[in-house]
Write a protein that binds this ligand. Sequence first.
Ligand code: ADP
Length: 625
Amino acid sequence: MPSFGARLLGALLLALAAATAPAQPPKRVLLLHSWGPVFGDLYAKDMRVQLSRQMPGHLELYEEWLVSARFADRQEDAAFAGYLGTLFADHPVDLVITLGAPAANFVQRYQQSLFSSTPELLADVEERRTADSSLTPNETAVAIGVSFPAVVQNILRVRPQTSTLAVVIGNSPIEKFWVGQIRDALEPIKSRISLSFLTELPFSEVLRRIATLPPRSAILYILLSPDIEGIPQDEDTALAQLHAVANAPMFSYTDAYLGKGIVGGPLISGEEQGRATVSVAARLLSGEDPSAIRLPPIGVGKPQFDWRELKRWNISESDLPAGSTILFRDPSAWERNRWQLLATAAVLVLQSGLIVGLLHERRRRRNAELNSHRHLAELARMNRRSTIGELSTSIAHEISQPLGAILRNTEAAQAILNKGSPDLEELKDIMADIERDERRANEVINRLRGLLANVPTETKDVDPNEVVREVFEFLSAQAAARGIALTTSLAPGPVYVSGDRIQLQQVVLNLVINGMDAIGAAVTKERRITGHTMLVDRTAAEVAIEDSGPGIQMDTVEHIFEPFFTTKETGMGVGLSIARTIVANHLGRIWAENLYGAGAVFRFKLPLAKKADRERLPAQTAVSG
Ligand code: ADP
């Protein structure tokens, strides 16, 4: 039976090499294969490599193939024996090793004429073929012991539902022998499982049967080497073809077929056979008597299974005997892609770190923003208070005017009442004037309160026209006191933007006060500040505060919006930076230009509030004037 692996002969040659001392003449060993050179080359290849590497010159290895073993009739054996006799007549070999039963049988049959005094090692034979009684004193064997009931027991353990066993075996003399052995061994369980021998059939028919077995079948693959139509003469491809079409799981007795299509079970180990054969060969070459070496047959080892077959036939790993080894497991995703997975994990860890870092950074920034908002609000309030402080003249004027008028009117009313017949109509007019002046004073106070109030941001539709008008009105007295004319040129009709009215007032207030400061210090022909509003592209409102001062100093243009930048002796340097922050919060932009001739213009542009408002805008845009 061809159950030796390449390992066996490789190891064998190493052992033979060890048994032959370099100083001694080379040992001549004949390896007699039972099967053809292609099949046999599976072993011979490794052997030749080992030979050339390990012991050049110390071992002469001869290989022959008993191809006649495939044929049902053995007419050719005698001729083959004659050939071997001639070949080794003058150069007898030191050891004959046979691989498989046909070669063992052949050597035993022709021992007298061919190898009468040569030690013979019969390897890879079943014990029934080499019972001690059949061994001559020149012979020893490394046999295997196959228990067919145990093989079937394994099948029934992993596939308890099995009721038909199809035995795939060829038609050569040795295979015919095994058909009988199997039939006899399984006789006691024939009521439990019915046997079907696929023998003496063309290979195409074997394939067809294997593909159409009845449900609850299993296949027992023994050997297919013989003279059957359609089977490759000297190849190991029959098993692969069977495996491809089988509709039931395949089993066998040797691990030589594990990985080639059988499910597995307790199997005879080729490796163990190899080790034993090598060690016996070494003993024989060192002169030990073959008849003194009588080894028990090698039995099955620990159960081994092919993971792919377990999957294919839905056999659960928990149904396998304890201590089973599962081979050919598909590498897990981890094993297959270890490096990619490690790299991905590293990237993920980095990414997570980055995300955590970014989140932390974002939180920090938000906190900073919140703080800066608070600071900004605080600064803005300070800015407003200081502005209001500066505007005390204007405020005093605004309030004192109506109050003075009220006082004068009250005096006039008293004078009228003191008359004998007071003119009630006149009194009514006076009362109305008092009421109007009182309302005016009230308005001033309310406006002041609004500017100074610590009110939260409030977003509403605001008309920049109103903002400019109110601020200009508010500052008119102050401007007049400084000899500056305030004029406006406003867009016709409202140009609503969305925002906080008081904040926008503060922007305009800061710009106008800056304009007044600029004019105040200069000796200019004209002292005027003009507030413009205009609609730009029907999508934005632009406010421009233009003054007739000396303009922005060229070397400071880039810095004037920076916080705490000032060119004034008592300046705080926050007015423009606050204006820029407020405008940016309203999604707008603020910038400054020097006018041709003299003066500066500060402009800010804000998006219009809503589409609806844009639609109700006047058709023509206002032009600054
Ligand atoms: P402050 O008014 O306290 O100096 P601002 O931030 O309001 O702070 O102004 C910063 C600087 O910008 C001023 O000191 C001045 O140099 C310049 N500036 C502002 N407005 C004008 C203007 N209308 N004309 C010329 N320079 C100006």
